[in-house]
Design a protein around this ligand. Sequence first.
Ligand code: SF4
Ligand code: SF4
Length: 347
Amino acid sequence: MAKILPKNEVAKLLDELIKDYTVIAPTREKDFILLKEISSSSEVDLSLYNVRINSKIPPKEIILPQTEVLYSYVNTESGIQLMTPPVDDRNKIIFGIRACDVKSFLLMDKFFSGREFDDKYFTQKRKNMILIGMACNDPLSTCFCSSVGGHPHAKDGLDIQLVDIDDKYLVEAVSDKGTKLLGKVSWLKDAGSGDLDKAKELAKKAEDAMKKLPIDKITITTDDLFNDPVWVQFVDKCVGCSVCTFVCPTCHCFDVVDEPTANGGKRIRIWDSCQLPLFTLHGSGHNPRPAGKERMRQRIMHKFNYYPHTLNEIGCVGCGRCVISCPVNQDIREALKKLMEVGGEKA
Ligand code: SF4
Ligand code: SF4
């Protein structure tokens, strides 16, 4: 099912969706795009979306909040009473999500559910979610999704995809949920074959605009590179700020801490980062990753070696956020190229 949404009717569509769903959509925060819950279409700003391409903070925050109360507790006369927070299983729509970020959701689904454990805090939020994607027509020079198995117009994991074709969007349902939702919007006109051809043309143009790195070679060679001195080269500039992991849509490491009060407290999970020295510090004082070299190796190995081994996927979706946000211009693609060179020399 493919329809046409004129750009001047986006607000009408969003206001209709808000009546039945919690809608999360691109808004503008100073010079950045922020995906956040909206109560009116007037809060949505798509003007930067085609220029800046993506939100500064990835939408992982919607399913894995930066801080989240797991439970709270109080001491009562009859003992400790535990209280769990209300379940957030509202019907949510994420409007305008990019293909790379949808891929990060699919990766995190594999990690947080379907293995040994089912993380209900994650899965409850993820359960009733409709993803309305916005294809990227003009990827930034920092984007490399097509090198890691993605595509700027990928539809995997989406329910509905929007493609910007001049003064309108091609709106295509790509799942049963998407077809059902689109079926309810009776005023959308059917797309013509010219619209579908135009979208295909834009998909090809976007793909051609991106340089491809032979990343699959890296997933093979990193095993042999664990003890190679090459890792030192990637930490010359690094100041260990961790921004690269906090803005990464696939980084999901967290810490669990207790916040005590006078007669109880809260147990909270917070984002953590392998780039921080305390991340692996043992109670004994020993730290198996004592310096930047080991921490940078962990970041890259996790994405390009451990992930492929355990989940059969590369743990990077090529969004380029780490490249854009690093204060010292560390570029993961340069590190990957160097690893390929060194791995090649070793082979
Ligand atoms: S963002 Fe850059 S400086 Fe900060 S930890 Fe990552 S690589 Fe190092
Ligand atoms: S490592 Fe960098 S490019 Fe890859 S998914 Fe994370 S932020 Fe995006």
